[in-house]
Design a protein around this ligand. Structure first.
Ligand SMILES: *[C@@H]1O[C@H](CO)[C@@H](O)[C@H](O)[C@H]1NC(C)=O
Ligand SMILES: *[C@@H]1O[C@H](CO)[C@@H](O)[C@H](O)[C@H]1NC(C)=O
Length: 262
């Protein structure tokens, strides 16, 4: 009786002190989208700071703290979320629309991770638009964005990373560079949703220079698989507004443009 018990106790001890095999850190598209999904779940539950203990936080281009962030400290009803992944930068972008809760939000968030490890989030970088923000009307925004297709693009037709970066930059350069607008491959059926303001086709009546200050502090998430670039920036051309511009390119041409601006 005694001996087998002792043996099994020893065996248990041995088993429990043997370290589990460590999973190699990686930053695949699937890894990035899994962490982005965890983020969406934490936003919904209102416990982002507990779920991302190693992350610092930036809100509307200012250093802040996840613990004190009102938007992430209470459960948020999420009506729509969509994420894209950048395996080169090991970062992701998530759009969240909360239109039916007590305080509506449209949130543009980039997650940054430790080098090559999508499971370790080092920065949550959010542009948080709410009542009073530029063209803010979350139900209206939801209505437009819900109708869009963000299906993966067939491998042979994916826009290359450098084209996506160029389109994102050219868009933000339109206010300071008179030639930028004409360098962008506008699709004939392109839709622009700026806050809740809708323009289709989106390539008409564009800015052609005129501002003295270039839009700065650009942070990119580029996803060839869905043909997208998201740039968080300080929209300095119009007065240092915290801003997100997301563009989808289909068949080599701009299909969607979204802005979230505070
Ligand atoms: C966040 O809240 C959800 C729902 O209550 C819970 O399932 C989850 O374990 C919590 N996560 C953390 C890290 O606290
Ligand atoms: C979304 O699509 C549906 C079905 O095609 C259409 O009836 C509706 O008007 C569209 N909504 C918007 C806001 O464009």
């Amino acid at each position: 009786m005694f001996l087998p018990t002792l043996t099994s106790t020893l065996l248990l001890l041995l088993l429990s002190t043997t370290a589990p095999p460590t999973l190699a850190a990686s930053c695949t598209r699937a890894d990035l989208l899994a962490t982005a999904a965890n983020f969406v779940a934490a936003v919904s539950a209102g416990n982002v700071s507990a779920a991302f203990p190693a992350a610092s936080y930036r809100e509307n281009n200012k250093a802040s703290s996840l613990k004190s962030a009102a938007v992430f400290s209470a459960p948020l009803k999420i009506d729509l979320s969509r994420s894209t992944a950048d395996t080169v930068a090991c970062a992701s972008y998530t759009l969240i629309i909360s239109s039916s809760g007590s305080k509506p939000y449209v949130l543009a968030t980039q997650l940054r991770h430790a080098d090559g490890d999508a499971a370790t989030t080092t920065l949550v970088d959010t542009i948080a638009a709410t009542t009073g923000s530029l063209f803010f009307n979350a139900p209206k925004t939801l209505g437009y964005i819900r109708n869009e297709s963000w299906a993966e693009i067939a491998e042979a037709a994916r826009p290359p990373r450098d084209l996506l970066k160029k389109v994102g930059d050219a868009y933000l350069d339109m206010w300071t560079d008179k030639n930028a607008a004409d360098s962008i491959p506008w699709g004939t059926d392109c839709e622009r949703v700026e806050g809740s303001q809708y323009t289709r086709p989106c390539g008409g009546s564009l800015p052609r220079g005129g501002s003295a200050k270039n839009n700065g502090d650009r942070r990119y998430v580029i996803d060839e698989v869905v043909g997208s670039v998201d740039v968080l920036c300080s929209f300095d051309a119009l007065g240092s507004l915290p801003d997100s511009h997301e563009i989808r390119v289909e068949g080599g041409k701009v299909k969607y443009v979204h802005t979230v601006t505070v």
